[in-house]
Design a binder for this molecule. Structure first.
Ligand SMILES: C[S@@+](CC[C@H](N)C(=O)[O-])C[C@H]1O[C@@H](n2cnc3c(N)ncnc32)[C@H](O)[C@@H]1O
Length: 272
């Protein structure tokens, strides 16, 4: 903890939020993150495309929920270091009165959280420093000030759950969160997998595990299980680039192979 009460930024080992920022071309990482991220890029050269594909899925899903489904409340856990457009910017572009609560457990994300507070005057945003494995995020008074849980919410767990291995009970965590949401709420998630390039993603896992962040990539059926009790909206759980693309994906040959090897799963489910 620093004297201001903020958690200390740990630069002794790589952190997933800062490595992700490195893949996305951001500047908020330390040498230890660069070394680990470069090791990942060596075994999985498509990782930057995975990060971009994931980010753009988050944008499309948020836009679709705000425009087509009328969602006005968003909770985004595992937010990451701000990278414009952030979720509230996408949601508030579609619906200026949208209210967004962000949560992450990383000290560097907290350091930049002020960027996530630049709400439209009609809407509202908040940030909670919290760990999805331990903290009752939906019960937090900061969240309840912004979000009315009696009304539909879009809960985003985008590229988060592969950082929650089975021994941390990820399915119980997700069902515990969804149980608190009103009917008509949505679960939005994406998740890395071995299914599209086993060798590369085995190599990626080794780098993360060695750096002190245990990851667990999951198969399609395991990702679908996070949506138990929910109605998956089309196109169901699919490769993220195939989830309602803005334009038809027309890659062929090497380009198509690259896109496939970079793929992670994505899906959106509605609580009946
Ligand atoms: C790969 S980034 C994804 C960022 C953003 N959701 C996106 O998809 O662009 C994963 C984020 O999850 C956060 N994270 C990992 N484990 C977490 C936990 N147990 N509780 C809260 N946040 C966590 C990391 O700090 C990181 O910011």
């Amino acid at each position: 903890m620093t004297t201001s009460g903020k958690p200390e930024i740990d630069t002794s080992r790589p952190h997933s939020a800062r490595m992700y920022d490195y893949y996305l071309g951001g500047k908020d990482w330390y040498p230890v993150d660069e070394v680990a991220a470069e090791k990942v890029i060596k075994v999985c050269p498509q990782i930057r495309l995975t990060a971009e594909t994931n980010r753009s899925f988050m944008h499309r899903a948020t836009r679709a929920l705000a425009t087509e489904y009328g969602v006005r409340q968003f909770v985004d856990i595992g937010t990451g270091i701000p990278t414009p457009p952030n979720l509230h910017q996408v949601a508030q572009e579609a619906a200026p009165d949208a209210r967004v609560v962000y949560a992450d457990h990383d000290a560097t994300v907290l350091e930049y959280a002020h960027v996530l507070m630049r709400s439209t005057p009609e809407g509202r945003t908040a940030y909670i420093n919290a760990d999805v494995r331990e903290d009752p995020i939906l019960d937090s008074p900061q969240l309840r000030e912004v979000i009315d849980l009696d009304k539909p919410v879009a809960l985003s767990l985008v590229a988060l759950l592969h950082f929650v291995p089975d021994d941390c009970k990820p399915y119980e965590i997700v069902s515990g969160l969804v149980d608190k949401l009103a009917s008509g709420s949505f679960l939005v998630l994406s998740h890395c997998t071995y299914d599209f390039d086993q060798v590369a993603w085995q190599g990626v896992k080794k780098v993360y595990d060695a750096g002190g962040t245990t990851v667990q990539w999951r198969a399609k059926e395991e990702v679908e299980s996070f949506f138990d009790g929910l109605e998956l909206i089309d196109p169901q759980v699919t490769a993220a680039h195939d989830w309602r693309p803005d334009a038809p994906v027309e890659a062929t040959g090497e380009e198509a192979d690259l896109l496939r090897s970079a793929a992670l799963y994505a899906g959106v489910g509605r609580k009946p």
